[in-house]
Design a protein around this ligand. Structure first.
Ligand code: SF4
Length: 323
């Protein structure tokens, strides 16, 4: 089905000429904002939506201690066999607060970039865990592979960020995006053969978020010039701060079509050249999901959403007005 938005898989086919698969790797790190080494206050305990496994890294945490090459062998072998694919994105969810960590990342990134078939290094982090040193490190790989930097922005509304207990505000998120994009422009000016792409991870569905807020967020991201967005609907996992609030009846969760309507408002105001890495999240372990129930389905909501947009004749960027 032709997607009504610019999908990540299409962007990879355009760039690499073939289906390219993302392999999630463990960088071995914990989140410094959960383990108490970094954060706005003592005992903060991390973001309100994040479960004990540290965001989406549950799968990779299982392989935390394995060398990167062996992790790649395991995943790439299966993908080669099943899909006959030969090109891969090596994806790390990483955090950084110290020079020592950067040295540790370098070692792991070097291994990933040297692996046969890896055409892109993807790294996720928080906007307040992005020193210039890490941007410089990412730039060193652009002679060999593309680099994709994914920043956990979540929202550009301070009230929502506070509710998520992110420990940073919207100005910090914009600063992180702008510094990363400025670094990408510097690398481009050096004539390096590969690109640094910058994308924003966003969560849609906080109870105080309005359609106007979503429109403003899309417009702000258009203006900043990100290359990608990754959407996640708000869901509640067990053993999170949100679970307590949800069970106390403090907020509702969106039904699937309610979420479609919110995501569509955002996408229709988003520049059509921005890659949509994902339109939904997935609870990787249904037994850990509090709600909504549709969060446990992987493919169905994505296909339904495409159809839902198409039935209305809507597309990404169809409400973007030329400046
Ligand atoms: S979502 Fe928040 S608490 Fe969870 S791993 Fe990311 S920064 Fe840490």
């Amino acid at each position: 089905m032709d997607a009504p938005y610019f999908t990540y898989s299409d962007s990879l086919i355009r760039r690499y000429g073939a289906k390219t698969y993302k392999i999630t790797l463990s960088g071995g790190q914990t989140c410094p904002t959960r383990d108490g080494t970094f954060g706005p206050r003592k005992g903060w305990g991390g973001c309100s939506f994040c479960d004990v496994h540290g965001s989406a890294s549950y799968f990779s945490n299982l392989r935390r201690e394995m060398p990167v090459r062996l992790q790649l062998d395991a995943a790439a072998g299966a993908i080669r066999k099943r899909f006959k694919a030969e090109k891969f994105v090596a994806y790390f969810q990483s955090y950084t607060t110290t020079h020592q960590e950067i040295e540790e990342f370098k070692h792991r990134y070097d291994e990933a970039v040297a692996y046969p078939g890896v055409v892109r290094l993807a790294v996720g982090t928080r906007p307040d865990c992005l020193p210039e040193e890490i941007l410089a490190l990412l730039g060193t790989y652009l002679d060999r592979v593309d680099v994709q930097l994914e920043l956990g922005v979540q929202s550009l509304q301070d009230e929502v960020l506070e509710w998520f207990d992110r420990g940073h505000d919207a100005a910090c998120a914009i600063d992180g995006l702008e510094r990363a994009l400025a670094a990408a422009a510097r690398f481009r000016a050096q004539g390096l053969p590969h690109e640094l792409d910058v994308s924003a991870h966003l969560i849609i569905g906080a109870p105080m978020e309005t359609d106007e807020d979503l429109i403003r967020m899309a417009q702000r991201l258009n203006a900043v010039g990100v290359q990608g967005v990754k959407l996640h609907h708000l869901h509640v996992l067990k053993k999170t701060k949100l679970e307590r609030k949800f069970k106390a009846g403090e907020f509702p969760l969106l039904e699937m079509e309610e979420y479609f309507a919110r995501a569509a408002v955002f996408l229709r105001h988003l520049d059509p050249g921005i890659v949509v890495h994902r339109t939904h999240g997935l609870a990787p372990h249904p037994e850990e999901l509090v709600g909504p129930a549709w969060s446990a389905q992987k493919i169905h909501p994505v296909e339904q959403f495409k159809r839902w947009m198409q039935e209305r004749g809507w597309r990404q960027g169809d409400l973007v007005h030329p400046a």
